[in-house]
Design a protein around this ligand. Structure first.
Ligand code: PGA
Length: 263
């Protein structure tokens, strides 16, 4: 099952959310019934999560709908005196089941480091929230991509060793492809995914971990990525803000899935 994750970043307004959710509620269930090969997860800014939960209603309350809600970050702490933080238990109250962790924007602009990320992964596992753990090299790091991925994956892998039952997703997002309109080629992305899967295999995890690609994904290129053998889904920023554009991505991915199943 392919997963398409919508990362709204710091975007959105109440009217825009009303329109987006209205269109999803109208159209997604039928699209999912017709071709169930693709699930969707939307990750809005924290302050809008309750609005999404309310407007999406049964879509996010019933796991079988193929639609899920998540956040873009999570507190490294549980409930308590941590001013400004939104914790995993709170996210659960609004049917949240995923959390993007370690996005490159958080690593570079907000100083997110491995220590904080270990704690965040721990908190998400404790509340049965699936971390969408982001990794990816800058343009200048292309030559040493394997070392960069090793270092970035470390907090996730350490926690997974203690939680063989936990679910997790790794998002490969080369920094040079995020928001630039310069997506990686499917071949380059697939090579990085293979590298990540080899690293996961080395520590003999029993968990089933999807590896998804992010960075300038559009309705035009989406199926070229998910058509690759080691790309299990997509993390979509800009192209997820309009419902019709995200639904087009989902449909293009489903069509590709169907074609591959026929071969
Ligand atoms: P983009 O963002 O699709 O706008 O490049 C992806 C991301 O940063 O998750």
């Amino acid at each position: 099952m392919i997963i398409v994750i919508a990362n709204w970043k710091s975007n959105g307004s109440l009217p825009a959310i009303g329109e987006w959710c209205g269109e999803m509620v109208d159209k997604f269930p039928q699209i999912h019934i017709d071709k169930p090969g693709c699930q969707v997860c939307v990750c809005p800014p924290h302050i809008f999560i309750s609005e999404f939960a309310d407007k999406l209603g049964s879509l996010v309350q019933q796991p079988a709908s193929g639609f899920a809600l998540g956040s873009q970050d999570l507190s490294p702490y549980a409930m308590g005196a941590y001013t400004g933080e939104v914790n995993a238990q709170m996210l659960k109250e609004f049917f949240g089941s995923y959390a993007i962790l370690g996005h490159s924007e958080r690593r570079t602009l907000f100083g997110e480091n491995s220590t904080a990320l270990s704690q965040k992964v721990k908190q998400s596992f404790a509340s049965d929230i699936t971390p969408i753990f982001c990794v990816g090299e800058t343009a200048g790091e292309r030559e040493k991509i394997s070392d960069v991925l090793d270092e970035q994956l470390e907090p996730l892998l350490q926690e997974l060793k203690h939680r063989p039952d936990a679910k997790a997703i790794v998002a490969y997002e080369p920094v040079w492809a995020i928001g630039t309109g310069q997506a990686a080629t499917p071949k380059v992305a697939n090579e990085a995914h293979l590298l990540i899967k080899d690293k996961l295999a080395k520590i003999e995890l029993t968990n089933s971990i999807k590896v998804v690609y992010g960075g300038s994904v559009t309705a035009d290129n989406a199926k070229d990525f998910t058509g690759m053998p080691d790309i299990d889904g997509l993390l979509v920023g800009g192209a997820s803000l309009k419902a019709d554009s995200l639904l087009q991505i989902v449909q293009n991915v489903q069509n590709m899935q169907n074609m591959q199943n026929l071969v």
